[in-house]
Design a protein around this ligand. Structure first.
Ligand code: SAM
Length: 311
């Protein structure tokens, strides 16, 4: 088995609460909602949400019949799952909706536990950000999609106005203009738009649309201007995304090229993340007939993490 890069650990993290709910990020959240609204297809069968976290964006994927939330952190998935149970029991159904529609999978993006062409859509929001080997991650995403699937990717842009100014004023050592990723914190990467474009092409995706997002990510503006208005202005500024990308966050709508046009007919879509053998969906334990690894399914979460489930 080849080795893969380390995973940025969100196990036990209160990311959703501290970063989003209490972190003053209503503006960024609203901007992302507007961008997704512009980019998501009206309809689809089965969407894979990569690095789903606590399911912040999941209710936005309204056109899909089924959604698989994938994250390496089991506790993030538990939070997403709990929201669903809580919303249902309170009769509000404000978030994830019906459990039949959602599937929760703990696994590594570098070792997706699915057969080829398992999905006809995918999103990856604020997650490429943690990939030390972005091309390898993108190749995995392409592998599990049918031809003509829509893949929406968000990436953190190293060539944004703030980093260009900081570089100009000598407050930042790394250049925003060079193609290589910058790891400004361990396992936190910002990418150059040209590098992303080249990797997407090499992975087999055609970029259909580019939207720049969060242009006005400044505490002063966020305090002074109502969130809805600022997000609306951001949405207008994002229309130039195909021409230049100077914002800290960029959304791409892409189409998967080549490969299998039909979604797999396999009943489960699961494949062993170690040896790629197709797997039967047999909770509470899934066993690989080829390499004999076993993977538990507990409290509604499939666990395909290899370090948690060694051979
Ligand atoms: C910044 S959070 C974003 C969560 C969500 N997409 C959102 O925008 O609210 C990044 C998520 O990616 C997950 N992640 C990081 N590396 C991963 C990997 N190699 N495989 C699967 N998930 C990963 C983390 O566990 C975390 O939940």
């Amino acid at each position: 088995m080849t080795t893969t890069p380390p995973v940025c650990n969100y196990e036990g993290s209160d990311y959703q609460d501290s970063f989003w709910e209490k972190g003053g990020r209503a503006y960024e959240d609203a901007c992302e909602a507007l961008a997704l609204k512009k980019l998501l297809p009206a309809r689809g069968a089965h969407l894979l949400e990569l690095g789903a976290g606590a399911g912040r964006n999941t209710p936005r994927y309204t056109g899909y019949e089924k959604i698989t939330l994938l994250d390496y952190s089991r506790t993030q998935l538990e939070q997403a799952h709990t929201r669903l149970v809580k919303a249902s029991s309170e009769g509000t159904r404000t978030r994830l909706g019906d459990s039949q529609k959602y599937r929760f999978v703990a696994a590594d993006v570098y070792r997706l536990p699915f057969v080829e062409a398992a999905f006809d859509g995918a999103t990856m929001i604020r997650t490429l950000h943690h990939m030390a080997d972005a091309p390898a991650a993108l190749a995995q995403v392409r592998r599990v999609l049918t031809k003509d699937s829509t893949f929406i990717l968000e990436y953190a842009n190293k060539r944004n106005i703030k980093s260009m100014l900081r570089y100009l004023l000598g407050k930042q050592k790394w250049s925003p203009y060079t193609a290589e990723p910058v790891e400004y914190l361990e396992l936190n990467f910002d990418f150059h738009p040209a590098a992303i474009r080249a990797w997407m092409r090499d992975a087999g995706f055609r970029i259909e649309r580019t939207i720049t997002v969060s242009h006005f990510r400044l505490a002063l503006l966020k305090r002074a201007i109502p969130t809805g208005l600022l997000a609306g202005l951001d949405s207008l500024a994002g229309l130039t995304g195909g021409l230049w990308q100077l914002s800290p966050s960029v959304f791409l709508k892409t189409t998967a090229l080549n490969g299998t046009p039909e979604k797999t007919k396999a009943a489960s879509c699961f494949a062993c993340p170690a040896c790629r053998e197709p797997l039967e969906d047999t909770p509470p334990l899934i066993r690989c007939a080829k390499c004999e690894r076993t993977y538990p399914v507990a409290d509604g979460i499939y666990d395909f993490r290899l370090d948690v489930n060694p051979s």
